[in-house]
Design a protein around this ligand. Sequence first.
Ligand SMILES: NC(=O)c1ccc[n+]([C@@H]2O[C@H](COP(=O)([O-])OP(=O)(O)OC[C@H]3O[C@@H](n4cnc5c(N)ncnc54)[C@H](OP(=O)(O)O)[C@@H]3O)[C@@H](O)[C@H]2O)c1
Length: 242
Amino acid sequence: MHAAMITGVSRGLGEALAVELLVRGWNVLGVGRKSGARLAGERYRFVDLDLTQVGKIDATLSAPLADIRSSRPSSVVCINNAAVAGPIGVGGRLSARDIAASFEVNLAAPAAIANVFCRVFADGVEDRRIINVSSGAAQTVLPGSAMYCAAKAGLEMLTRALAAEQGAKGVRVITLRPGILDTDMQAFMRSQAEDVLPTAGLFKGFHERRQLVAPNVAATKIVEKIVLARVEQGRTYSYADL
Ligand SMILES: NC(=O)c1ccc[n+]([C@@H]2O[C@H](COP(=O)([O-])OP(=O)(O)OC[C@H]3O[C@@H](n4cnc5c(N)ncnc54)[C@H](OP(=O)(O)O)[C@@H]3O)[C@@H](O)[C@H]2O)c1
């Protein structure tokens, strides 16, 4: 038996990854505020959790993860996929509450989820992986998206630090920058006015040049190259590596 926990399965890449793994016979635990319309069946379970509620993560996920462990999987993967693109706007125009929510969902929640995963799967399963879904924004400065950039940069350091702690034989922790995907997140970015998001033109250009990849296409490649194939401890994988 193979099992995956995926955050943000209501739509976009998270839902596509869950569908792809269910089709391949995996057990999937979806985590988020709502489940995806295409997700159902005996091997699918959904846990309702708003990832701004970081303090609830341990109590909410410990039991479902322990259930996965007791079913003795030969491989288990945690995909920290859920994220928010907001708040959009340059410094001075943001609310502190929106800034906090961005770091909760994009950085604190993945850290807390990785923590409970490493505790429950400290041993006993041969192939254990955490895949932190990041973005080119971890490296490329996007004025108007500073909080998203900062959180993704932090997420990539989280990957490297956890990978160093786990060593060669522990849980494999890797970063994935999934590329430019045809999801609500891209639509949200290209819908912004340039006086609010100075880089809005970049996102409009991706769309006009038809550079967006369908999430199900990306999900198939991610499962084959990042979930199933051997991966290098601590590495950052980009769409070009898939
Ligand atoms: N799209 C791209 O071009 C692109 C590029 C680079 C990286 N990425 C990364 O790829 C991943 C997937 O992005 P996407 O494009 O599929 O995004 P998306 O379509 O906007 O979906 C985001 C997912 O995160 C969930 N989520 C947001 N806030 C949440 C919260 N408070 N609690 C629980 N779940 C929450 C959403 O659930 P709700 O429906 O409940 O809001 C949704 O399922 C993200 O990590 C993103 O940063 C995307």
